[in-house]
Structure formats: C-alpha cells, structure tokens
Design a protein around this ligand. Structure first.
Ligand code: XMP
Length: 518
C-alpha cells in the first residue's frame, strides 16, 4: 500500500498496547504504521514519516540486548515521542541515564504538571494534577541535554520531559490507554500541533486503501471467506467482495455450536441483501463428534480451528481451488494469540482464527481487519453500508458455544444452552439494554446442584449469565444489572429450560477474568 505523504511511524518495542497508539493516531485523523524496532531504519527511509512514536516494552534499557532506537531516526531531527520504555531509550541513547527504580509503578498513578510544553498545550497546565496509567520498573535518573522535566510522579521524577526546540518528548506513563483519560488528546497534540500534520485520514480512506491492498495481494486468485455469524467476518467479506467481486466465495459453516437464529440472519443477509455467493455447510456431525470427550479449552480451540480448515479446503476444491482464506481477525485476537514477532507477550488463548489454525493449511490468509478494534470495524461496516442493527450485534466468537460449555460439549448441552441464552437475550432486548452492553451470553456449567420444583427434588445443571461493557474487548467491566432483572431471567430460565435448576451471575471483570469462560 502506498503510504500517505503525512504519516507517523510507530516503532514497536514489544508492548501489549502498541496498537492502541496507532488507534489514537487514527482517531486524530492521521495515518500511521507500526513497525518492529529492528526494521525501523528501513521503514523510516520508506515512509519518510513526519513524526515517530516510540512504544513501551517489557525489556529494560540496561539489558545487554535491549531494543534500540535506530540511529537514522535519532539523526533525522523529526519530532519524537517516547512512551515508557520509549522515553527511557530516548534518554539512554541521547545522553541521559536510566537505572532500576526502588519504587515500581503499575496501574493508576497521579502526576503533577511542573511546567508547560507544546505536548500539553490546551490539555494540561502547570500546577495541575492528573490521572495517568503507569507500568514501569526502571526510572530515568538524568535527562539528556536540552530536555526539562514537565511532569513528576511519586515514582518518576521525569514522568514527562520536553525539548520544545528539538520537538522531542518523553512520557513515563501510557497516554494510549483509556485509563489515562487525557492521553488521546496528548497524542493528538503531538501529531497535529507538534508535528503539524493535517488530519486527513478517515474510514473512507482506510476502505479505499484496503481495497487496493486486497487486490494487490490476491491478483486474479480465488478467495474463500469463512463467515462465523458475527460482525467481523461479515464486514471482511463485504470489503473483500468490493475489492474482487466474484473471485470471492463465502462459506458459512454450521458447526452445531451456533446460538439461536444466528445462521438464518447471516445467510439471509448475504444471499438476499448482498447477493454474494454463499455456501452453507452443515458440519455439525463432524464438529460434535470430534469434540466428544474433549474437555481442555485449548484442545477444543485447536480442534475447531482444524475442523474449520478441513471444511474450507473441501469447499475450495469444489470451486476449482482457492489460494486464499479470508477471515475477520481483529487486533485483540492477534495480540492475545501470538507474541510480537516471537517476542515476550504471552499467549492467553488461541483464538481459532489466529493461533488455532493448523500449520498444514495450504491457503494464504487475507485479514483486512487485523489492525482494527471492534468499534472501528463497526464504523467500517456502516461505511460499507451494512444494516446498523447487524453492525451493532454483540461479538460472536468463531468457536461459538464450545467456549461457553466448560467440560465436554454435547449436542444436548448445546440445545440446553441455546434455550437459556435466547431467554437471557430476549430479556435484555425487552429491557432496552442490548446496545448498552458489549457482549452478553449464557454459560452452561458442568456442575449439578440440588433444587426443589413443585414438590419434587431436582438435580440439574447451573447456568451462569455474563454481561460486560468494553471499548475494545481488551479490558471489560461487568454490566451492573439490577436485582429484579437478574431475578426475572433466573426464574424464566429455571422454569422454561429443562436441565437447568440454578442461575448465577458472573461478577468478574477482565482482567483478571477473560470475557469468554474458555
Ligand atoms: P476473551 O475471552 O479473550 O475475549 O476476553 C475477547 C473477545 O474476543 C472474542 N473471542 C473470540 N473471537 N474467535 C473469535 O472470533 C475466538 O476464538 C475467540 N475467543 C474469544 C470474545 O467473544 C470477546 O468478544
């Protein structure tokens, strides 16, 4: 893809939240690219960026093999913003000093603004105190010549430093995360005011650039797109269809793990609304047979990933071979499934459309949404003309109900869960709460408890209800239903769903929980 003339280069030193920097820069209306630090010099020459942002890192600048800012970047004189490790690397490499700190800061912290600077213009002023999000062990002991301290915290005498003349800044905190409430405005200040870039990036521009990129990648090859029933794969399919038309065939796999009504909605939308060729495969026998006896969550995910590929490959053969498999993979799936270029971020779960794919697959991947977060995909969906009600649907994971039935997944358990889940969602819709919630679903536990119904004893399963709010799926809070609502759901589920005699509400945020139970 040809980068726009006014771009920002983000050098990635391996932080879990580097993509959030790109996202904030996009929100400010500016194009950016994230590049691993080791390829920084090459990317700097290719992009000729108007500014460079240096990310955080789990590394320490005092390590022998510590990641370094390329000399070419330091020599060029472009505006620089170092975040956390990025600030420390900037100090370490330009005449300051960094050492281990006796006072580690993780999570919410407060900083005092001790001087004004261009980075803070119109956002923070001298004498104010502001909340930020910190995550560092080392600290800067001496700053390079030309810099001055503009903010301090208890654990960091150089919580923010500035050299307005050289247009170089460093912040020990993370402005890219939502827990630094003014962080997005600081990043916007850096790219718009300090670097003087005009805010011309838009979702329409992203759409056009991705279409060009897809065409270049695919050529005249055929693409199979796996539709999962969710928003992401649908948006990916519509975008790819716009790029390559009938070279695209969509495959909707009914793995027997779908929620009530899911298949009908997707098939209807694609066949009737878009007239995009769609193959509907009922593979529930195969998936459920393969899941028999499997209780380990990672084994379930790997099996499902593999079984999907078998279906896609079989369908590819039927259309005379497809060289590409398209998926609606989003950024949170990528960051939680793989580590940064073999680096230090840990695998939380193998999301089926990323880490769950078998190595034997012989199709190349087309993943146009890989840099985006959920709400951005929704905006792209609207840009592409998808119906707002469809775009606003809660996320739906590819492995479906398998993640919501801890222990063995059986057809009977899926049927029971589907019934409880649709009652729960019906109540949420009736209460007008659907759009206020990021994701809500029922989970069927393998635990049986004793109950009493009528005059009889019951000994049935427990259903857990989950509802969370979130901005991007990376962190989440529980939705605070009132007791009457939960009690109504519990009563209906126990009365109307045979096999369930108890309902509980999951009160765990992410972290430390994840949104799905597996
Ligand atoms: P977790 O459970 O990791 O979920 O907090 C974050 C978001 O990702 C969805 N999710 C998946 N989506 N394939 C998907 O397409 C998967 O394997 C998968 N696992 C989790 C989850 O529903 C939530 O929205």
């Amino acid at each position: 893809m040809t980068p726009p003339a006014d771009s920002v280069l983000i050098l990635d030193f391996g932080s879990q939240v580097t993509q959030l920097i790109a996202r904030r820069v996009r929100e400010a209306g500016v194009y950016s690219e994230i590049v691993p630090f080791a390829k920084g010099a090459e990317a700097f020459a290719r992009l000729a960026p108007r500014a460079v942002i240096l990310s955080g890192s789990p590394a320490s600048v005092t390590d022998v093999d510590a990641p370094r800012i390329p000399d070419e970047v330091l020599a060029a004189g472009v505006p620089l913003l170092g975040i956390c490790y990025g600030e420390q690397a900037l100090c370490h490499q330009t005449g300051g000093n960094v050492g281990p700190s006796g006072h580690r800061e993780f999570g919410r912290a407060f900083i005092d603004i001790v001087d004004d600077c261009a980075l803070f213009d119109g956002v923070w002023a001298r004498g104010e105190r502001h909340q930020v999000w910190m995550s560092h062990g080392d600290r800067i002991d001496a700053i390079p010549p030309g810099f001055r301290a503009v903010a301090v915290s208890e654990g960091a005498p150089f919580a923010a430093i500035a050299d307005d003349a050289a247009r170089r800044y460093g912040v020990q905190f993370h402005p890219e995360v939502v827990h630094t409430p003014d962080g997005a405005r600081l990043l916007a200040n850096f790219v718009l005011r300090v670097a003087g870039i005009a805010p011309t990036w838009s979702m329409a521009g992203f759409r056009a650039a991705k279409i060009a990129e897809i065409r270049a990648q695919v050529g005249d090859g055929k693409v199979i797109c796996g539709l999962s029933g969710g928003v992401d794969s649908a948006v990916a399919a519509v975008l790819i269809h716009e790029a390559i038309g009938d070279q695209l065939t969509c495959v909707f796999v009914d793995h027997g793990l779908l929620r009530a009504g899911e298949a009908e909605q997707v098939v209807g939308l694609f066949r009737e609304h878009y007239r995009i060729p769609l193959v509907h495969v009922d593979a529930s026998e195969t998936f459920l047979a393969g899941l028999a006896g499997v209780t380990d969550p990672e084994k379930k995910r790997k099996f499902i990933g593999g079984a999907f590929i078998d279906v896609f490959e079989a369908e590819a053969k039927k259309i005379g071979g497809a060289a590409f498999l398209a998926q609606g993979t989003l950024y949170p799936d990528v960051i939680e499934s793989v580590s940064f270029t073999g680096g230090p971020s840990v695998t939380i779960k193998s999301h089926h459309n990323v880490g769950g794919l078998p190595a034997r697959m012989n199709m190349a991947l087309v993943e146009p949404l890989r840099e985006l977060f959920k709400d951005e995909v929704r905006r792209l969906g609207v840009e592409l003309g998808l119906p707002p009600a469809f775009v606003g649907r809660h996320p739906s994971p590819g492995p479906g109900l398998a993640l919501r039935i801890p222990g063995e997944v059986t057809r009977e358990a899926c049927d029971t869960l589907r019934r409880a889940d649709s009652i729960y969602l019906e109540e949420i819709r009736a209460a007008g709460l659907y759009d206020a919630i990021w994701q809500a679903f029922a989970v069927l536990l393998p635990v049986r408890t004793v109950g009493v119904m009528g005059d009889g004893r019951t000994y049935d399963k427990v259903c857990a209800l989950r509802a969370v709010t979130s901005v991007d799926g990376m962190t989440a809070d529980i939705y605070p239903f009132d007791a009457a609502f939960l009690s109504r759901c519990a009563t209906r589920i126990v009365n109307e769903v045979p096999g369930i005699n108890r309902v509980v509400y999951d009160y765990t945020s992410k972290p430390p929980g994840t949104i799905e139970w597996e």
